[in-house]
Design a protein. Structure first.
Length: 330
């Protein structure tokens, strides 16, 4: 019943998006900080112990609740639990308002407002960006956010749900991404910073967990976009980005809509140990890269990105619907 759980979660999230300052994300920050404070000794094996507690334990808890509901109350309640978990972990509205506001500012010709909104979203210095660079960075951040908030969650949820593990995949994926980013952020904190060993363990685990979803997302973009160009960019230009998984997604996006991505990165403009500087739904600032081929980023490309993402969602839902139908008939 993965199809119905995802469908209802997406519909609910569109009608009533999760508030930015919600108790779920606040509780996750408290949990990650508690784990690092009590289990981070600076040794590599303790880093893996801390990561396991922070990520695997919540995933197992999600499975436990799913099985308990299935056994005690029946599958409809288990589906409702999956919908609730997906509502917290999956959704466009956790980041799409940033994209929409910047696009509207650019459409109205207010580039200063667009720079201000981009700086607020990613906590970076965007004061000197020309129009094309504003668009490029918005595309890059938005595509990666769509992957981490939607397609990556869909991939892991669907795979583990097929093995009877309920919403564990969604929790595993989002929690792994969160602790990797949060512990790196806390590494420069003045009060109880996380060790390099813990940051390394979290980063390596996140890279492994995101490896398959990143390539599924890139393939979906290729299917619903310009397939040959997307695959060509994926094969030849993904290595230009420092992060292997992000590079695959951005290169495929570049080819799918014929837009030049990569180049000079924006610099962080916040104090690392400030609690106001960390955004639970943001995307890590990217490093300088060599650009991919394609047209210079224009405002029209933002509409192309919206179409690319939504067509990919439809593709996902159609595939899940077909698999659900085959299972029901079989």
């Amino acid at each position: 019943m993965s199809f119905f759980a995802i469908l209802f979660a997406l519909l609910i999230e569109q009608v009533r998006p999760l508030a930015r300052n919600n108790p779920i994300h606040a509780g996750l920050r408290v949990w990650a900080r508690w784990v690092s404070r009590n289990f981070d000794t600076g040794k590599p094996h303790h880093g893996w112990v801390a990561w396991t507690l922070a990520v695997v334990v919540p995933s197992l808890a999600a499975v436990g609740v799913h099985w308990a509901l299935m056994l005690l109350l029946g599958w409809p309640f288990a589906v409702l639990w999956s919908v609730a978990v997906l509502y917290v972990t999956l959704g466009f509205r956790q980041f799409s308002h940033h994209f929409t506001n910047i696009r509207d500012a650019l459409d109205s010709g207010d580039e200063a407002r667009a720079r201000e909104l981009l700086a607020q979203w990613q906590q970076v210095d965007a004061s000197e960006l020309p129009r094309s660079e504003i668009v490029r960075h918005v595309i890059e951040y938005s595509v990666l956010a769509a992957h981490r908030h939607v397609f990556g969650v869909l991939a892991w949820f669907s795979v583990l749900a097929a093995f009877g593990l309920g919403p564990a995949g969604a929790v595993l994926y989002r929690t792994s991404e969160f602790v990797s980013r949060y512990w790196k952020h806390r590494g420069s904190a003045a009060n109880q910073p996380t060790s390099a060993a813990l940051q390394s363990a979290a980063a390596r685990a996140w890279a492994a967990i995101d490896w398959l979803p990143a390539r599924i997302t890139a393939l979906a973009f290729a299917v619903v976009g310009s397939f040959e160009d997307a695959i060509d960019c994926w094969r030849n230009y993904a290595q230009r980005f420092p992060n292997d998984n992000d590079g695959v997604i951005l290169a495929a996006t570049s080819g799918a809509v014929n837009v030049r991505l990569g180049g000079e990165a924006l610099k962080a403009a916040y104090v690392p140990d400030s609690s106001q500087g960390f955004r639970s739904g943001g995307v890590e600032t990217m490093a300088d890269t060599e650009s991919t081929p394609g047209r210079e980023a224009e405002v029209g490309h933002l509409r192309s990105i919206v179409g690319l993402v939504w067509r990919s969602v439809v593709l996902w839902m159609v595939l899940l619907a077909l698999l659900t139908l085959a299972r029901l008939l079989g």
